[in-house]
Design a protein around this ligand. Structure first.
Ligand code: NDP
Ligand code: MG
Length: 391
């Protein structure tokens, strides 16, 4: 086996950190081609130097001087701005981790897809924004998409024990987040600190808030539909507070195949890094006797309307999931700035979707560029609805 060239988009984030931890464990196996960040120049430069990357890019164009200075004398090339991040993804490498947060990760991920790379996809928002075109372009370029999201990675592994036409449904689990047992009135008033206290997983800020609202599970239902060509009826969500079973596939003979693992993203990332082989993991082994019991509950679509809205958007199609994601990104950003209450996140998404549909904007999309245009328009619409939602 030769040395594999790898690129990490979003290297300074939570998924980036887990990915670099795995790469660090086997330096003889991997050559880091490119690393990217949004604005964290210090973290990016540190990683680029440690891994002797060929190229480092920061999305914030104002940070070019700072990045140049940090890499001065290292021989590591660098760039700044959206185009530089796309260039990082487009540079030849065998394996790309797509771990930018939000729909901002779509264009860079597509640049990796279009050159036929193996792409470990953590960035679910890019599939929710433009899943159809993402998968089409992957097929056209013969790119291999490996799901890095734990639930989808579990489904990918479980699917290997049957044929696609023998599948009857898939089940993705949800921890239920910090508000799983809370009354609706308390969820409405939840603070940022409370939303950021995830019971099982340590993750970036946006996905942690999405987990608290269960928007994350909604995004994942949509993500699963594109990754595995599933209808909404074929995707079930089960609340499983221990987060040990990540996903299950039910086949026609009623066998249900599950993947288990500790709630540590290094497990699905290691699967993506090793595939089609298995590498040595970095997570602690699973000790079921210590966990004692695995429990399951039906999700509550009333206290967590974000999950219901995901199914609605998926059924509506025609750009509705793009709007769902865009409105949620605006809502989460507003919640972080304490402009809206926690309960208003789902209300803003619902109001944006309703307004979008009422105005007759629902229409078939034909390209990723069209999805990006819808994303921009829906962000503006959601931002314009913010004041009335905040009131
Ligand atoms: P973080 O917020 O921790 O990290 C995001 C990364 O993307 C950082 O490197 C950040 O740079 C960079 N970034 C942010 N905005 C932009 C932008 N506009 N342009 C370019 N780069 C940008 O997020 P996570 O690692 O938690 O999540 C990344 C993705 O993976 C998300 O889509 C999330 O849903 C998904 N995911 C995450 C899981 C987790 O356990 N964390 C689990 C499953 C999926 P900077 O550091 O400079 O801000
Ligand atoms: Mg997940």
């Amino acid at each position: 086996h030769g040395v594999r060239k790898v690129t990490v988009l979003g290297a300074t984030g939570s998924i980036g950190d887990s990915t670099m931890d795995l790469l660090r464990a086997s330096p003889e196996r991997y050559q880091v081609e490119a690393l990217t960040a949004n604005s964290n120049v210090e973290g990016l430069a540190k990683l680029a130097i440690e891994f002797n990357a060929r190229f480092a890019a920061v999305a914030d164009p104002a940070k070019l001087g700072e990045l140049r200075a940090a890499l001065d004398g290292t021989g590591i090339a660098c760039g700044a701005g959206e185009q530089a991040v796309i260039e990082a993804a487009a540079r030849p490498s065998d394996w790309v981790m797509a771990a930018v947060a939000g729909a901002a990760g779509l264009k860079p991920a597509l640049a990796a897809v279009d050159r036929g790379a193996t792409v470990a996809l953590a960035n679910k928002e890019c599939l929710v924004c433009a899943g159809e075109f993402f998968m089409e372009r992957a097929a056209a370029a013969n790119a291999c998409i490996l799901p890095a999201d734990s639930e989808h990675n579990a489904l990918f592994q479980a699917l290997a024990s049957g044929n696609r036409d023998e599948l009857t449904k898939v089940i993705i689990t949800a921890s239920g987040g910090p508000f799983r047992t809370w009354a609706a009135a308390d969820i409405e008033q939840a603070t940022l600190a409370q939303a950021l206290k995830h019971p099982n997983w340590s993750m970036g800020q946006k996905i942690t808030i999405d987990s608290a609202s269960m928007m994350n599970k909604g995004l994942e239902v949509i993500e699963a539909s594109w990754l595995f060509a599933l209808t909404p009826d074929e995707i079930e969500v089960v609340v499983h507070p221990q987060s040990i079973i990540h996903g299950m596939v039910e086949f026609s003979d009623r066998s249900v195949v599950a993947q288990l693992g500790a709630p540590d993203m290094r497990i699905p990332i290691a699967h993506c890094l090793g595939w089609p082989e298995r590498i040595i993991g970095r997570a602690a082994p699973l000790d079921l006797t210590k966990i004692g019991q695995l429990t399951f509950e039906a999700p509550d679509f009333v206290r967590f309307p974000g999950l219901r809205l995901a199914y609605d958007a998926l059924r509506a199609g025609n750009g509705a999931t793009t709007v769902y994601n865009a409105a949620n990104e605006i809502a989460v950003a507003a919640f972080v700035k304490e402009q809206i209450r926690f309960g208003a996140i789902a209300r803003l998404v619902e109001e944006t979707l309703n307004s979008w549909i009422r105005s007759g904007n629902l229409a078939p999309l034909s390209s990723a560029d069209e999805a990006i245009a819808v994303d921009h328009k829906a962000r503006n619409l959601a931002a314009s609805l913010l004041p009335q939602i905040a009131a």
